[in-house]
Design a protein around this ligand. Sequence first.
Ligand code: M6R
Length: 358
Amino acid sequence: DKGPYPYYMLKEINEQPNIMRKLSQEYLDVDGKPTVDPKIISAMKKADRLYIVGAGTSYHAGLIGKALFEKLVHIPTEVHISSEFAYSDALLSQRPFFIFLSQSGETADSRVVLNNINKDYDSLTITNVENSTLSREATYTMLLNAGPEISVASTKAYTAQIALEAILAKALGEAVGQTTAQNFDVKRELSLAANGMQAVIDDKDRIDQISKKYFVHANRAFYIGRGEDYYVSLENALKLKEISYIQAEGFASGELKHGTIALIEKGTPVFALITQKKTAALTRSNLEETESRGSKGLTVVRKALAQPGDDFIIPDMSELLTPLVSVIPAQLLAYYTTLNKGYNVDRPRNLAKSVTVE
Ligand code: M6R
């Protein structure tokens, strides 16, 4: 039931702050200590490398997981597109542990990978659907409990997956004695994220205006950033293209000058994410390079890094979890652009919610 919302996508975007609070209640105790199944933690503790596998938006959530596991647990983490990994004859580490990310738990590409590794290695499926195939077939499972996601464009599953990866990384990091994990107050971060998400959602009319002014008539758009901001840019671009049919690309901002900047024309929207201190100045100058070639630059910036003229300011929070908030403006931008172009937001052409063929 869509309730008062014209489309499920808007409803699902709106649910995200509460999902953050719910995950915090479900997987953290009052003191903020993770309450993850100890069997999962002891299986993961034996691993020398994590392999995160997913498709589409779930793959993009996995990229953020890499940053979380590497920083909080200090364990090397690879992230793979399931359809590629399935046939890659990858050289695995001595003691791999697999994490499958899948909203539906039914994605065929990911199932092939699970079948390949199932005899030999332990795995965990993080999914939104209880009893789904990937959750039944993996050794362990954790539920996102984000409520049914109906819109083909995934929104709340992405942020729920990231939140759960953060909780899992905190739990594992503490179990192996990493001080970065001990000092990472995931409960506080999720609450900051929930508030930050809400502030963007409350600003949605302005996003609608930005959409009408700069996106509805564009035939291509770029989303840029570095590090985690780059990973979120990939997700932002997927969101816009799959429902509005505007050709969109997520790009590592430093790579633009190596070719892609040739595509910038007068008015091409370039949407930059600037939440990481180390690379903020670099991404800004990459954005300016596109503006001097006529692009319309837009920025999503963490407060401490903000400058006059920035478009969206997100709260100061751990740089590891800024994706939870920095993804929201572009989710809404994709929503409004599609609505303003007169397309069906929830049911884009050529796509199915659950992709059960390879
Ligand atoms: O159910 P899954 O998370 O395994 O689905 C993976 C992709 O098919 C899915 O994320 C797809 O990319 C979405 N349409 C993106 O919005």
